[in-house]
Structures are given as C-alpha cells and as structure tokens.
Design a protein around this ligand. Structure first.
Ligand code: HEC
Length: 485
C-alpha cells in the first residue's frame, strides 16, 4: 500500500511536470489495486488513473452538473469520447482554474477560515489526477470499474411558496456573441411587508442565462422603465432609488435556504427586478427565467440582509477610499489608468455604534461575494475586529476572488451553523481591496472595448456603465430583529 500512496502523492505536487508517460503501463488499463468489496460506492484506488476507475467519477462530481446532455454548458463531458475530444482545452481550463467556474480561491493575501457550501473546485488531488491522465494518453481502463451514471436532479427550493416568472419571453439573439444585460421588473403582489426564508433562480433558456441578480425596488419605480419586452437594459444596476439585493445567482449556485427563523424583508408594494446577463450562443432562443421564493408565515426572530458596501469615490464619505497609486495632490481618487495591468483601489468602513438610534447588533456573516466590472481581476474583503471575542480572530479575510470573472458572479455561503459564522460588530473595520487589469491583455476589457468600437483602453472611473468600474463587497448578514423591522 505505501507504494500506491507514494505514487498518488507524487502526482499531487503538480501537473505539467508529472511524467506518467514514462510509466510502462502507458495506454493500457491500469492494474486495479483496491476495489470496494461490498459497498458499491467505494472508489477504486489506481496507481495510474484510468477513465473507468478514476476520471469518470471526477467528471461526475465536478463537471457533469453543467456538462451533461441538456445542461447549461455547451457540450457534455459524460462519455470517454466526450472528454477525449475536449481533453486539451479541458486541461488548459482546469490548470488555469477557469473550470469549474469558481472565483473564490485562497492565495497568500487571503485564506478563508470557513468551508464554503457546494464548493465546485477541483481538489489538488483531483486536478493532479485529471491532468496526469490526459498527459498519460488517457487510458480507458477496466470497463467493470465504471461508476453508475450520475444524474443531477433539477434543483428545487424546499418549501417553495411562490414562483415569479418574467412577464414575457425575452428574445436572445445569436448576434455574434454580444452580451446583453437586461432588467425585468416583476410585481410579487405583496400587499403587506413579507418575509422570505428561501430563494432560487430557475433559468429559462439555461444555455444563455449567464448570471441573475435579484434586486428589491422598494418604490416600484422599475415598472415604468420596462419597454417592449417588459424589460430595460441595465448594465450597472436596476437604476431605481434605494435598491437592495436579494440574491446573486450564477449556474451552479444551489437554492438559498435561511431556515424558518431567518428572513429577508420585501416591503409591501415593492417590485422585484431580475437583472439577467445573457451570453448568446449560435442559435437565437427565448428566455423566461423564474424566481422562486419561500415566504415565511410569520415575522422571524432573525433578519437577513444583503449589504453592498464599497464604491467609495474619495475619502469624504462614511466609506473611505484609501490612498493608492496615482492619486492627485487633492487626495485619494478612484481612477484606473489606461494600460496598467495591476492597479489597486482599496476602501474601508468602520461599522457605526448605532443605526437609526439603535445600538448596532452583532451581525453574523452568512455569505459573501464580490462585484466589479470587466477590468476587475481580484478582490478581497477583510475584517479587523475592535473587540475580538472567542473564535473570532482580530483579523480575518472573509472572501478573496483571485479568479474573479464578471461572467461568473455569485455568492459564497459559509458551510457553518449560525453560531459558528464570522461576526461583525460596532467599531469593526471592513476593508475592500480591488485589483484591475485595464490592458488589452485582459480578454474581458478587449471584448468590452470592441463592442463599443474603441481601439485601446481608456482611463476608468467609478460608475454604472459597461466601461466604468465598481468595487463592491456583498455581505449577507443575519441579526436579531428589532422594533424597526
Ligand atoms: C457550474 C457549471 C459548470 C461546471 C461545474 C463546469 N463547467 Fe465547463 N463550462 C460551463 C459553461 C457554461 C461553459 C461555456 C463557456 C462559458 O459560458 O464561459 C463551459 C465551458 C467549458 C469549456 C470550453 C471553454 C472554451 O473556452 O470554449 C471546457 C473545456 C470546460 N468547460 C471544461 C470543464 C471541466 C473539465 C469541468 C470539470 C472539471 C467543467 N468544465 C465544469 C459550465 C461549467
């Protein structure tokens, strides 16, 4: 046994360097070393990974949620032939950590202290095995070791009470790959303040729905903005007063369930706005995406809120822009120069002692996210606690997205019971650090400029338009309800 462990361990460090090709078993099914005797789900341990014994299970676990017949990815990764045909591109995408799509990796600047729910990442071991197998000529292996096919059931929101559907199908044209970001106002018909304990997005034409952000429009202003297709273009946000956020969804994000005693409030008369990012494919299709809700019967004891913090343009407001490279003599300014590959803007806010006359209660942070536009490449959100308590370190990185991609925005929920969640309290400092690559070397900048018929990068400022930037941290917090709620 030790030799097997050693062989597997030797694979782990990395990757292009793995020289399994030198192995004498090249191209032949590997000897099976260990197969489960009675339990059918025990995985074979192979000295040389084969499709049947190892790789198919990795594809089932980490790829087929999307890469299956009828899934949201453009091709299946189910059969041996599927992965063989897509092998070199898959190798490149997994090594670059662009597949599976997931922005939140640890790096030297940010190590997240809590597990994240429904983590899509390949483990180092899975990555080493997949890459080693491709480099080794993709042995098929012993047919009898293949796992049973895995089917991902359609995701369901448990206890769903309401399904809100876009008013009309929206035509997504196959127009040469131009992305389209549209807002769809929906009237949930709530005549009283309503508490929501769960949310989920069900994409209509899942092959073109790249991400969906659901906003609350408290005054219902979005209704008047809707045009011919019951929608309006809205790159930066829903363009209504005091919007709040309910959910940031991308493919692979499971339904959110806050439990029975935690709820998000939707004020009476509010509209919901679905901001949908369409990424066209070869064929034109119509999309009618749905938003599912679980309405709570009563007001819960705990309130969940999605906070969007950041976007400081200078150091004058409550959220202060910190000094950075290239600031003018007048003080910090949010300006991303053209043709700079690693420009950083950072900002900080100190949580106030009181809010609307009430002492700020301790907040439990249930989920996090980051939001920038096309030039954004890396963002982290950190907390520095004024009075660290047991289990809550003085400094903590809450989320880091060094693989940030506007196309794959989503929230990251901690996999912890409420009492183990990181907290934020009065006097604590939250810091947001955003990194931008404003060069033609950034494929998203290149594409965004091309769509606007602009030849070279230009200076970027804070704003809502495609070529503006943002630096927003998303924090889903829960706290005790108070009289104001
Ligand atoms: C959460 C859904 C999801 C998961 C999980 C996922 N993919 Fe993808 N993949 C996609 C989508 C959607 C695309 C289409 C490209 C795009 O929209 O960015 C894609 C595209 C690709 C491409 C083509 C990229 C290109 O530039 O044309 C490869 C290769 C790929 N995926 C490999 C994998 C592999 C290998 C895994 C598992 C280790 C995996 N993907 C897991 C959704 C997923």
């Amino acid at each position: 046994m030790p030799s097997i462990r050693a062989a597997v361990a030797a694979l782990a460090p990395f990757l292009g360097l793995v020289t399994l090709a030198a192995c004498s078993q090249l191209g032949e099914p590997a000897g099976v070393v260990e197969v489960g005797t009675d339990a059918p789900d025990v995985r074979p341990t192979e000295t040389v990974p084969t499709f049947a014994g190892t790789i198919e299970r990795i594809l089932q676990d980490k790829c087929q949620r999307c890469h299956s017949e009828g899934g949201i990815a453009p091709f299946p990764l189910e059969s041996y032939e599927d992965i063989r045909g897509a092998a070199s591109l898959s190798r490149a995408k997994v090594v670059a950590k662009e597949m599976p799509p997931w922005g939140a990796y640890d790096d030297d600047a940010c190590k997240v202290q809590h597990k994240i729910k429904d983590d899509l990442r390949l483990t180092d071991d899975e990555l080493a095995k997949l890459v080693g197998w491709i480099d080794n000529g993709m042995p098929r292996g012993d047919e009898s070791l293949r796992p049973a096919p895995k089917h991902y059931p359609p995701v369901v929101l448990e206890g769903k009470t309401n399904t809100l559907t876009m008013a009309a199908p929206y035509p997504v044209l196959a127009a040469g790959g131009k992305d389209d970001i549209q807002c769809f106002p929906i009237d949930p018909g709530f005549v009283n303040d309503t508490w929501i304990g769960g949310t989920n997005v069900v994409p209509g034409a899942s092959q073109v729905v790249h991400h969906v952000i659901v906003y609350v429009d408290p005054k219902g202003e979005s209704a008047a903005k809707a045009g011919a297709n019951q929608s309006y273009p809205c790159f930066g946000g829903p363009d209504v007063s005091n919007p709040s956020l309910l959910l940031a969804w991308a493919p692979g994000v499971p339904p959110t369930n806050y439990g029975d005693n935690v709820g998000l409030k939707i004020p009476k008369g509010a509209r919901l706005v679905l901001q949908v990012h369409y990424h066209p494919t070869n064929a034109s299709v119509a999309d009618q995406t749905k938003f599912e809700l679980r309405v709570l019967a009563d007001k819960p004891d705990y309130v969940a809120q999605v906070l969007l913090l950041g976007n400081a343009k200078d150091d004058q407001g409550p959220i202060k822009l910190l000094p950075g490279p290239g600031d003018p003599a007048t003080g910090p300014a949010f300006v991303i120069p053209a043709n700079v590959a690693d420009h950083t803007e950072s900002m900080e806010v100190t949580l106030p002692e009181t809010i609307q006359g009430f002492p700020l209660p301790t907040l439990s942070i249930a989920a996090t996210g980051t939001h920038m536009h096309w030039a954004g490449v890396d963002m982290k959100v950190e907390i520095e606690r004024k009075n660290p308590t047991e289990g809550q370190p003085a400094k903590e990185c809450l989320v880091g997205t060094p693989k940030y991609d506007f196309n794959w925005q989503r929230g990251y929920a901690y996999d912890e019971p409420m009492e183990k969640l990181p907290t934020a309290a009065a006097g604590d400092k939250l810091r947001f650090t955003c990194k931008y690559d404003n060069t033609m070397g950034n494929k998203h900048v290149r594409k965004a400029l091309a769509e606007q018929h602009i030849a070279t990068p230009t200076e970027i400022h804070l704003g809502e338009q495609t070529l503006d930037e943002m630096c927003l941290g998303v924090l889903v917090v829960t706290r005790h309800a108070n009289l104001l709620d």
